[in-house]
Design a protein around this ligand. Structure first.
Ligand code: PNS
Length: 158
C-alpha cells in the first residue's frame, strides 16, 4: 500500500492542484492532501475552508484523504506515515525552489519527493494570480473548480 502526500497552501485550490491530485489518485493506493496552517501569511480562506473546498472538488476520488499540518512537512510526513511527497511543477521557476525543498526534506528525513509536470494549460496558474484576478472582478471560472469560484466571489463581495 503506497501513500502519497500532496502538501500545499491551497489558498485557494486551483484546477492545477486538482489535476495533480487526480493523477496521484490514479497512481497511488492512497493520497493524503495536506493543507498548511499558515497564520503568518493570513490566508484568504481558513484551513477548515480550504479543506472543505478540496473535499468537495475531489469527491470523485475515493482514495483521497485530507489533513492539515503546521511546522515541518517531514515531521508531518513521518507522523502520518506516508511513502512519498508529490509536488506539481509548472515551470523552471518552480523547479529552482522545489528542488531545494526536496533535497532538504530528503536530507532531514530520507523521504523522497516526486514531481508531476502540470498540464501545459495550467502552467501559468497560481493561487496568488487567481486571487488577484478575482479581487478585481476578472473571470476566474476557467481557472478554479466551480465551488472555489463561488467561494471566491462571495469572499470578495464581503
Ligand atoms: O502551495 P505552496 O505554498 O507552494 O506549498 C508550500 C509548502 C506548504 C508545501 C511548503 O512551504 C512546506 O512544505 N512548508 C512546511 C515547512 C517546511 O517543511 N519547510 C522546510 C522545507 S525544506
Amino acid at each position: 500500500m503506497t501513500t502519497a502526500l500532496v502538501p500545499g497552501s491551497f489558498d485557494p485550490p486551483t484546477n492545477g492542484h486538482v489535476d495533480v491530485i487526480a493523477r496521484c489518485a490514479g497512481i497511488f493506493d492512497k493520497v493524503l492532501v495536506a493543507v498548511i496552517e499558515n497564520p503568518s501569511k493570513s490566508p484568504l480562506f481558513s484551513t477548515e475552508e480550504r479543506i472543505a473546498l478540496l473535499k468537495e472538488t475531489c469527491s470523485p476520488y475515493e482514495n483521497v484523504e485530507f489533513g492539515s499540518f503546521a511546522g515541518l512537512l517531514v515531521d508531518y510526513a513521518e507522523h502520518v506515515g506516508v511513502d512519498v511527497i508529490v509536488k506539481g511543477l509548472r515551470a523552471i521557476t518552480d523547479f529552482d525552489y522545489e528542488i531545494q525543498m526536496a533535497q532538504m526534506n530528503r536530507n532531514l528525513s530520507g523521504i523522497m519527493t516526486l514531481f508531476v509536470a502540470t498540464k501545459p494549460e495550467y502552467g501559468y496558474l497560481s493561487s496568488s494570480l487567481v486571487k488577484e484576478v478575482g479581487r478585481y472582478g476578472g473571470s476566474i471560472d476557467s481557472l478554479v473548480p466551480e465551488n472555489v469560484a463561488t467561494a471566491l466571489k462571495e469572499r470578495f463581495n464581503d
